[in-house]
Write a protein that binds this ligand. Structure first.
Ligand code: RBF
Length: 162
């Protein structure tokens, strides 16, 4: 499993000398908040550990994962951000809603990555149950919030290096 093979300490690279100038938007869905807020908190911590100014991190909640798309679009259109990180947690229920929301959010965030000239990071967990989500939000499989923050840093760095 990819998570088990990943060394999260790789994300503490001290590799971002310009990070103090970078601005981040962070959007967090309010569904399954014990999961999504843990993802967000880990991401904010990792950004700061890599030199990002806390005042350069704008964090907002949205009602559910589906709203991440429009929330991220609004953030992008301010022109203030070098990257936008989206956190959600979609848990399989008894109906097909899971599939529709997961598909919509995945495609929506993918579309934003093409439309705007900044990276939108996909920090949305899609799991069979709550325990699987908690395991990836600070539990036995680490915290995917760290990886989302690292992805944002790496993508800004990539853009600036080209
Ligand atoms: N939002 C989530 O972030 N995670 C979920 O697991 C989730 N499950 C939902 C299940 C149903 C049946 C419905 C109607 C909504 C669900 N939502 C979930 C909320 C969704 O992302 C969105 O906020 C609402 O559909 C309003 O647009």
């Amino acid at each position: 499993m990819s998570t088990q093979n990943r060394n999260l300490s790789d994300n503490h690279l001290d590799n971002y000398p310009n990070a103090k100038k970078w601005n981040f938007g962070v959007l967090t869905a309010e569904w399954n908040p014990e999961v999504t807020h843990a993802l967000r908190d880990a991401a904010v911590k990792l950004l700061q550990e890599n030199g990002v100014n806390p005042e350069h991190i704008v964090s907002q909640d949205v009602p559910g994962s589906f709203e991440l798309i429009h929330g991220a679009k609004i953030m992008a259109e301010t022109g203030r951000f070098d990257a936008i990180i989206c956190f959600g947690c979609i848990i399989q229920g008894e109906t097909r809603h899971f599939d529709f929301i997961a598909q919509g959010v995945t495609q929506g965030i993918a579309d934003l990555n093409i439309k705007y000239n900044i990276p939108f990071v996909f920090g949305v967990l899609t799991t069979n149950d709550q325990q699987q989500a908690l395991d990836r939000a600070g539990g036995k499989h680490g915290n995917k919030g760290d990886e989302a923050a690292a992805a944002a840093l790496k993508m800004i760095q990539l853009k600036q290096s080209l």
